[in-house]
Structures are given as structure tokens and as C-alpha cells.
Design a protein around this ligand. Sequence first.
Ligand code: NAP
Length: 487
Amino acid sequence: MEKTTLNYLWINGEKVSTSETLDVINPATGEVIDQVPNGGEKETKLAINAAYEAFKPWKKFTPKKRESYLVKWADNLLENRDELAAILTEEQGKPLSESRGEIEGCATFIRWYAEEGKRVYGEVITGSNENQRISVIKQPVGVCGLITPWNFPGAMVARKTAPALAAGCTVVVKPASETPRIAIAIFEQLMKTGIPAGVANLVTGKASVIGETLFEDRRVKKISFTGSTEIGKQLMKRAADQVKRISLELGGNAPAIVFPDANLDLAAERIVDNKFENCGQMCNGINIIYAHEEIKEKLTEKIVNLVKELKVGSGSVPGSDPVQIGPLVNEAALKNVEELLQDAKAKGATVLTGGERTGDSKGYFFKPTVLSDVTLDMKLTQDEIFGPIAPILSFRDEKEVVEFTENSPYGLAAYFFTRDVNRVYRMAEELDSGMIGVNGTSLSVPQAPFGGIKESGIGREGGFYGLEEFLELKYISLTLENTSGGY
Ligand code: NAP
């Protein structure tokens, strides 16, 4: 796949260029690697026009026919996995192994929704009199605007586009400006399936202008947004004007709670896997580790030992000794991590390992860091860290740790480690989060509803729940003239 083939938008099945462009930066070097179109109102309107026209026939296709395009799309992604992973890593920074996993994850989600699209059933309800027949049908909502972030720039495009198309909707996708090339490349593979023109469109460029055009146009019936809570709140207010349907997958502040009866080796390993995946830039990533006071010292030692083994470097280096920690996505993300650490240190936190930039590169690298002597007045316990810092706090009992977590406005994910089955249910029911991981920290699978409560969002991605986000209910009441007919 040539680099030069990624300088365009996809509108009505055609490649479209713009005179203005946006620089794309490699976070491992700080250098510009490419320019993509800086689309605005004109391009977004063209994309909406195309999606609107394409909706009329696409919604009438059988789910089986829609499935055929989605399955081909997944196959194309897998066939081109390594090239796509290289594009993803180059602009986002994560290690190649994680990027390959993300492309495989895209294919898994797409295939799952290709199948699930065939299971959109209605309902028949008993009427209120002998002549009435009530049926409930589910129909695609229409043209959807899908806005995606940079941290999982492939997965988020697939996770929104696949259920939307499977449900019979058509889409206009706006990817994050840090990572537009992987979205363009993933779309290229969709276009190669021969999917009818206009069903799926992609516009890179000015976020607020593209967003406003999507919200303003009454033909766009739904917005699905993944990104920060701050922008999500603005979009929710904007959606109110037309009572436009909106789903929001927003930020998180996940606790990982380790009880004294837990398998500490397993807990340390899974906490480190989750916390440092994607350089700590994961919405369901662990933000705070709560270690029971009896095992805090032991657990801390195990975590620090594992973190010291993590290799930091450019994610693009292939070979037998790959890195586990790439750069942060940009200079602003790096500064944010440094400020949070500065605040924590000023309030008494101790750095057990890491705590600084790597210093030998122009890229945005920060050493994986573990902190102890952490208190809840430190900003990094309240905000989403979104970087490779693991703060460890201790707690006395279940009640205290639940109270600690309840103060957070977020409610995306929570993890805990225990071997007590009674505690599993007690804690899982008590913690205020959309997703709970017990003795494990991996949550993203196609069949389960991924999403948060409180300020972490509204709606779910994954499972049939994810398909329902793109379906409307319609109730049909039929009144028969004659029900006896001589019988
Ligand atoms: P962001 O700044 O909110 O941006 C997300 C997307 O929204 C980007 O495409 C961005 O475009 C666009 N955008 C920004 N302002 C907009 C506006 N006024 N109107 C319409 N679109 C607008 O978030 P991010 O920094 O890319 O992503 C990180 C955040 O996403 C974190 O908080 C993370 O927790 C969250 N996240 C949540 C989930 C989940 O499932 N809950 C999954 C992944 C990430 P530009 O790039 O052009 O500004």
C-alpha cells in the first residue's frame, strides 16, 4: 500500500482532495509524515448528500447482502494486516504488535456484526380488542455521523461503522486529526469490496466545522461519538436542538482494586498489561491501583519489577525484541503527563521507577512510572491520566475503597482481584461502572456491551446492544374489519 494513496477523502465512493491540508506527525520522531485533506462544510455536505441518497436502497438490502460486503471488508483488512499496522503505528505510536492486534480486532468486530445484522427481529403484541393486531418492527435510523478518537483509531472506525452498516444505516465518518491515515486506509479496504457508492463516506479535517455540519443537517439522524468527556458534553447539548439521537463513549478513571486473598502475581501482571497498553492512553485503562494495606508492599514490589522490564522505543521497529511502550501521541499529551506528575510529587508522591522523559529522542517518550505515597487530593487520581503513570494507594476494607471510587464523576470500567466468590458479586454490584473486570483487565470483545455510566457516556458498543444504537422502533397497529370470516 503506497503512502501517497492516502491523501484523500472518501465521498460517494470517490477519492476527493482539498486544496488545504493537515500535517500528520509521527510521534516517535516529531516529524511530519504526510498531509491529508482539511475538509470542511462543503465536503461534509457532499458526504451527507451521498449518504442520504445511498440510504434509500441500502436499507432495503437483505441483511445477508449487507453481510457479504462486511465479510469482504474484514477479509481485506486481515490480508493487509501488516501494512495497515505499519500505517497505524507510524501516526499513533503504539508498538507494531499492538497495531496488528488492533487490525485483527477490527476484522473480528466487523465479522460479528455482519452476522448479527441477520438477527434484527421484531415483536408481536396482543391487541386491546379482538380486531387489533400489534407488531413492532426495528428499522435503521438513517444517515449517521461517526466521530472517532486517536487512541484506537482503527478499532473505533470499525466498531462504529460495522454495526451502523449491518443495521442498514449509511455513514459519514470523521476520524481524529492525529490519526487520519489509518482511517483512510481502512476505508480503502471497504471501498474495494464494491460496496454501493455513498453508503460509507469519510471526511478528515476541521473538527468543529465537520461536527457542526453534521449536527445542523436534519437528514443526519444520529451521532455516535467516542472521545473526551469535555467534547462529549458539548455535543450532547448541540444534539438537543433537533433532539438528534446521540451515543457517547467518553473518558474513564478506572480503579484496579487488589484484595489480600488475590493471586498477587496474576494481579500484578494483568494490571501492568492494562495500565501500560498503548502507553497508558486507553479509555478503560487503569488510572489508580488500590492495594489492600496487608499486601500493598508485596504487590508494589511485583508491579515495579514488571514495569522496569518494559522496553520503551519507537513502535515501528520490527524484530525479535519489540518495544512495549511507544511514544505518547503528541507534545500536549506529554506535557499533561509531566504536569500531573509534578502536582503529585509536590503533594508528597514518591517515584519508584520512571518519572521522566527518555531524553534520547525528539519523539514524545515518557518512561513507565510507578508512584507510591499517593493521596486523593492529587490531580492524577481525579483526572484521566492518559499516560504511563501507575499511582498506588492503600485501603483498609471494601467499604472504604468503594467510597474512594464513588467520588469519581466517571464510570467506565473497574477491576478487582479476589478469590472470594461472595466478594465478587458484592463488589461487582456495588461499583459504579458500566464494565467490571474480575481477576482480568481485558474488556473489549464484540459480543459484550462496551460503555460507561455517569460522565463516561451514554449507549453501548458491542453485542446486540451496539446494533440497537442504530435501530429505531416502530409500532404498527392494524385494525381488521372482520375477524370471524364465518368461522
Ligand atoms: P477528543 O479531543 O474529544 O476528540 C475526539 C474526536 O472528536 C476527534 O475526531 C476530534 O477531532 C473530534 N472533535 C473535537 N472537537 C469536536 C467538535 N467540536 N465537534 C465534533 N467533533 C469534535 O478526544 P481524543 O483526545 O481524540 O480521545 C481521547 C479521549 O477519548 C479520552 O478521554 C478517552 O478516554 C476517550 N475514549 C473513550 C472510549 C470509550 O469507549 N469510552 C474509547 C476511546 C477513547 P480532531 O481530532 O480533529 O480534534
